[in-house]
Design a protein around this ligand. Structure first.
Ligand code: IPM
Ligand code: MG
Length: 366
């Protein structure tokens, strides 16, 4: 039976990086004889321009009915002053919530060829392998009440950081189960010295930990974690975070691998009979400053296509094939602007995608 993939290129460099990822999905479908069906929609700023709203209902319906969603990026400065419900980012928030993809996996890998692209010393980053498990459908991003107010004190803007025990429980389980398949350590990030929402976070994580005795658990305060991530990145295995801390720490951690252009993500919901909902996207934004110039790095998005095969289509073999093609491209010396050393030859976004495509092996040839 055909597998349906919804493709949402979005804004800025989104369409450029998505192109590479879709051609990789198509190439894999052809060499592994898979029946993949693609449906493409505008979201974010592109959808505001065309339909007057960032996430039309028909897009949500199609995503809910898909086997996986592949997304580029959303965000367009021309909509920066819109009210919250008419901002491009609302498309991402709305889709994550509608699909219930509460578990955002952000693997931070280092590539031998890119060690010098990292602003952090080579000896500190060499061998780093961290999985950030970020809660994605709760916390301050979604908490109510939120809004603007006016009082005698002046104008104000407010948001609510709230976590329910069931939200912490399910994301903690993802973190412990993932750690069990890796080096066996979870570092749970919070700000429990100040915030009640973090105190309940810490206590629920400890409860869930009892089910995973073989996994080691440490609690790290967010400010300290931001520092340790640069000072001793190799000591981390799985980083368990709430929505906002994970957003911040993942951009920081991407610098360990050299560029945010290398950071792939998978956002997963609860496993159901109909499969596991998943959104696959790069962690970077729409980068309006370089949009339309064919100079973005498509590797994070192509890496997300690998994650799509791994988690939504249960084809680890195909994921490994794509990941090995990415490593091969780097080994062969191809670089986009963000990962090039001074003086190194730079290739375009479309050329980089082409180079990966050429290196995807047929199943028998590998
Ligand atoms: C991310 C992005 C999004 C987020 C933005 C674009 C809404 O920064 O996926 O990390 O904050 O989650
Ligand atoms: Mg972010």
């Amino acid at each position: 039976m055909a597998k349906k993939i919804v493709v949402l290129p979005g804004d800025g460099i989104g369409p450029e990086v998505i192109k590479g990822a879709v051609s990789v999905l198509e190439e894999c479908a052809s060499i592994y004889s898979l029946d993949l069906e693609f449906e493409e929609f505008k979201v974010g700023g592109a959808a505001i321009d065309e339909y007057g709203q960032p996430l039309p209902e028909k897009v949500v319906e199609s995503c809910l009915d898909a086997d996986a969603v592949m997304l580029g990026a959303v965000g367009d400065p021309k909509h920066d002053n819109n009210p919250t419900h008419l901002r491009p980012e609302k498309a991402l928030m709305g889709l994550r919530k509608a699909m219930g993809v509460f578990a955002n996996l952000r693997p931070i890998l280092t590539f031998d060829e890119l060690l010098d692209a990292s602003p952090v010393k080579r000896e500190l980053v060499e061998g780093v392998n961290i999985l950030i498990v970020r809660e994605l459908t709760g916390g301050i991003y979604f908490g109510e009440p939120r809004g603007f107010a006016e009082s005698e004190e002046g104008r104000s803007g407010y948001n609510t950081e709230v976590y329910f025990d069931y939200e912490i429980e399910r994301i903690a389980r993802v973190a412990f189960a993932s750690a069990g398949l890796r080096s066996g350590k979870v570092s749970s990030v919070d700000k429990s010295n100040v915030l009640e929402s973090s105190q309940i976070w810490r206590s629920v994580v400890e409860e869930v930990h009892k089910e995973y005795e073989s996994v080691e658990l440490e609690h790290v305060l967010i400010d300290n974690c931001a520092m340790q991530l640069l000072a001793r990145p190799k000591d981390f295995d799985v980083l368990l975070t709430n929505n906002m801390f994970g957003d911040i720490l993942s951009d920081e951690a991407s610098m360990l691998s050299g560029s945010i252009g290398m950071l792939s993500t998978a956002s997963l919901g609860e496993e159901k009979d109909s499969g596991r909902p998943g959104i696959y996207e790069p962690a970077h934004g729409s980068a309006p400053d370089i949009a339309g110039q064919d100079m973005a790095n498509p590797l994070a998005t192509i890496g997300s296509a690998a994650l799509l095969f791994r988690y939504s289509l249960q084809r680890d073999d195909i994921a490994l094939n794509i990941e090995s093609a990415i490593r091969q491209v780097l080994r062969d010396g191809f670089r986009t602007r963000d990962i090039a050393a001074p003086g190194e030859k730079v290739i375009s976004c479309s050329e980089m995608s082409e180079k990966v495509l050429e290196r995807i092996g047929s199943p028998t040839a590998r």
